[in-house]
Design a protein around this ligand. Structure first.
Ligand SMILES: Nc1nc2c(ncn2[C@@H]2O[C@H](COP(=O)(O)OP(=O)(O)OP(=O)(O)O)[C@@H](O)[C@H]2O)c(=O)[nH]1
Ligand SMILES: [Mg+2]
Length: 290
């Protein structure tokens, strides 16, 4: 796959340093992954940086992900020895189970404090995850009101903020972190189409063409069904986008397909879940590319 993200040099060092400092402050790390792209949203530096601190893996946005694949991913994570839960922050489904998983992960830490005679110390938890994955939304769910700003674009949270979510439990809301492992085009592509990367730094048309190919491969027929298209023997992304343009009346003067408009529409339909529930990363398949 050929897909590039214009990244800023020095970003990786900065992100790494920031995370290193924050991890030192906490007892438990919650790694929030986007259920639609569990592999691509996994931070490759995290395990190394957190050492032997307990970690809970959370698959968020399950309302937009493929249910069968979500179960497979959960099993994969559990098999690797991690606490793993699935949640949907937009409805609050699974949030209770997450709190239980955090308590379970924190139990040995509390036990250690107890032996040392430390009392009334709060367990400090940090949520790590790519931009726009839903960290702030989860915190708002936990405190039951809009304590921190959440919005549907990457890079909303800037500073860091401690929030008490329950007696003895404090949570750190952090800005989303990306890592330039962009020599792996597939990861960059997945993060771009799901909305973790600012649109200014990638080619939207290229991303949508690749998305069309990917959906054709993983969920054959779904685009045809969604946009009520007629299939031919062989449809390339180009043909499909033109068919969508005609089906939806995205036309310019003279009846020419308005591909820009189609691209925006397809991306929006995919990101909002209007097109259906999809998981782009497969648990069983090894990562492709370098
Ligand atoms: N459908 C769906 N949308 C969600 C879910 N969780 C969060 N969102 C939406 O995702 C968008 C981003 O949420 P935020 O909580 O701001 O994400 P963040 O991880 O804090 O992002 P940064 O601060 O940029 O790192 C918002 O529009 C949320 O409403 C979910 O489980 N399902
Ligand atoms: Mg945020």
């Amino acid at each position: 796959m050929d897909f590039k993200i214009q990244w800023y040099p020095g970003h990786m060092t900065k992100a790494r340093r920031m995370m290193e400092t924050q991890i030192k402050l906490v007892d438990v790390v919650v790694e929030m992954l986007d259920a639609r792209i569990p592999r691509s949203s996994t931070n490759p530096m995290l395990n190394e940086l957190m050492g032997d601190k307990p970690k809970v893996i959370v698959l968020n946005k399950i309302d937009m992900a493929d249910e069968v694949k979500t179960e497979k991913w959960l099993n994969t994570f559990k098999a690797s020895g991690h606490e793993a839960v699935k949640i949907d922050c937009s409805s609050g489904k699974g949030v209770k189970q997450l709190l239980e998983a955090v308590s379970k992960a924190a139990a040995p830490v509390i036990e250690k404090w107890r032996k040392k005679g430390v009392k009334n110390r709060s367990v400090r938890v940090m949520i790590v995850g790519v931009p726009n994955v839903g960290k702030s939304t989860l915190i708002n769910r936990l405190v039951g009101r809009n304590k921190v700003v959440a919005a549907d674009r990457p890079g909303v949270t800037r500073g860091q903020q401690w929030i008490t979510i329950a007696k003895g439990l404090e949570l750190l809301d952090t800005p989303g972190i990306l890592w330039p492992k962009f020599e792996d085009a597939e990861i960059g592509f997945s993060l771009a189409v799901t909305g973790s990367v600012k649109e200014e730094v990638f080619d939207r048309e290229q991303a949508v063409r690749l998305l069309v190919d990917k959906l054709q491969e993983e969920y054959p027929g779904v685009l045809f069904k969604n946009y009520a298209l007629t299939a031919s023997n062989y449809d390339e992304s180009e043909d499909i986008l033109h068919k969508i343009a005609r089906a939806r009346g995205c036309l310019k003067a003279g009846g020419v397909a308005d591909i820009d408009k189609v691209i925006q529409m397809v991306l929006r339909d995919f990101r909002t879940g209007r097109m259906g529930r999809f998981t782009l990363d497969n648990p069983e398949r090894k990562q492709t590319g370098p």
